[in-house]
Design a protein around this ligand. Structure first.
Ligand SMILES: [Fe+2]
Length: 328
């Protein structure tokens, strides 16, 4: 089936109609709204603002628009893509999260950065980059002392990565005994890496971003039918140094408690179609291929929620021939 995506636009330059975002949200339905704030000269203006106040350097108008539009964005589940971050995209990201907290909204903000090469101009020149003027062919040396900002075009790739990262997922399934009977009131603890493949733990030295809004751990209890359900972010793969170029496939750690805290079982759930699964020594320490397969969740269109989260189902069987492999 061909998926239909609706994209609207609410701005073509810094200073464009401030009401356009609200109009697009009200006029929807839309899945995405894009907004362009930047021209080359805009970057210079933003840099001058940032030189006066390091906390600035982004298009503040976007925050003005968000003040009134964020409730609609949340209600209609629209993803907004723009370059209002200008010279200081991380600063704008923080302000958006602060605004969302003030309004009581739980939102995700992805920030693309790394385009600012102002501090690398001398290094790049020394390495042979000429920075020749594309229009006049003029030499860069004549203007270097006047440069206030220098940025490269990132293109669409990091935007796509930001949209993909941190895909919300719903994980659900049942906890069963060896006879297939559901086990109600079973406490499950889960912990996992964030979307970039990093745990909030002092020994995790993976050079990947930490997300201050993602703790990576939670608990839930099975209902009367033995079913559990939680919403999280799809974890990323992470390097673990076991062997050359060793990466763990994306996984979620589960711990299940019996009637008391001494009766505890721990295991890991994996994701279907992960190319790292055949290479993972931990998963492959289970000799039986069918048992390994029982650790891989099933993607479920029925559990998935449109525009919100992908769904995965994974049953945990505590004993018997269909037992879910557990860690010793
Ligand atoms: Fe892990």
């Amino acid at each position: 089936m061909k998926k239909k995506i609706r994209i609207g636009n609410a701005g073509g330059y810094w200073g464009d109609d401030l009401d356009a975002l609200r109009r697009q949200l009200e006029g929807g339905p839309l899945d995405y709204i894009t907004m362009d704030f930047l021209a080359e000269i805009t970057m210079s203006i933003l840099r001058k603002q940032q030189l006066k106040n390091p906390a600035l350097g982004y298009a503040r108008d976007f925050l003005t628009q968000l003040e009134t539009c964020l409730p609609l964005i949340v209600e209609k589940n629209v993803r907004v893509i723009n370059n209002a971050g200008g010279i200081n995209p991380i600063g704008l990201g923080r302000e958006i999260l602060a605004l969302a907290r003030r309004q009581g909204h739980d939102i995700k903000v992805g920030v693309c950065y790394g385009d600012d090469i102002t501090g690398q101009l001398y290094e790049l020149s020394a390495a042979g980059e000429k920075f020749t003027n594309m229009e006049t062919g003029a030499d860069f040396e004549g203007v270097r002392h006047r440069v206030t900002s220098a940025n490269v075009y990132l293109g669409a790739e990091p935007v796509v990565a930001a949209l993909d990262a941190g895909c919300q997922i719903i994980v659900t399934g049942r906890v069963l005994d060896e006879h297939g009977q559901p086990l109600p009131d079973t406490l499950l603890e889960i912990w996992q890496a964030n979307a970039a493949g990093r745990y909030i733990h002092r020994v995790d030295r993976h050079d990947a971003p930490l997300d201050p809004n993602f703790f990576g751990a939670g608990r839930c209890i099975t209902d009367s039918k033995g079913r559990y359900r939680f919403i999280t972010i799809k974890p990323g793969a992470y390097p673990w140094g076991n062997h050359d170029n060793a990466w763990r496939p994306a996984h979620i750690h589960f711990s299940l408690f019996g009637p008391n805290l001494q009766s505890r079982l721990a295991t890991q759930m994996y994701f279907p179609g992960d190319p790292l699964l055949p290479l993972d020594p931990i998963l492959n320490s289970i000799p039986d291929p069918a048992a390994r397969e029982r650790l891989v969740a099933r993607f479920s269109p029925d559990v998935s929620e449109p525009g919100h989260a992908l769904g995965y189902e994974w049953d945990i069987v505590l004993r018997g021939p269909a037992q879910t492999p557990m860690e010793a």
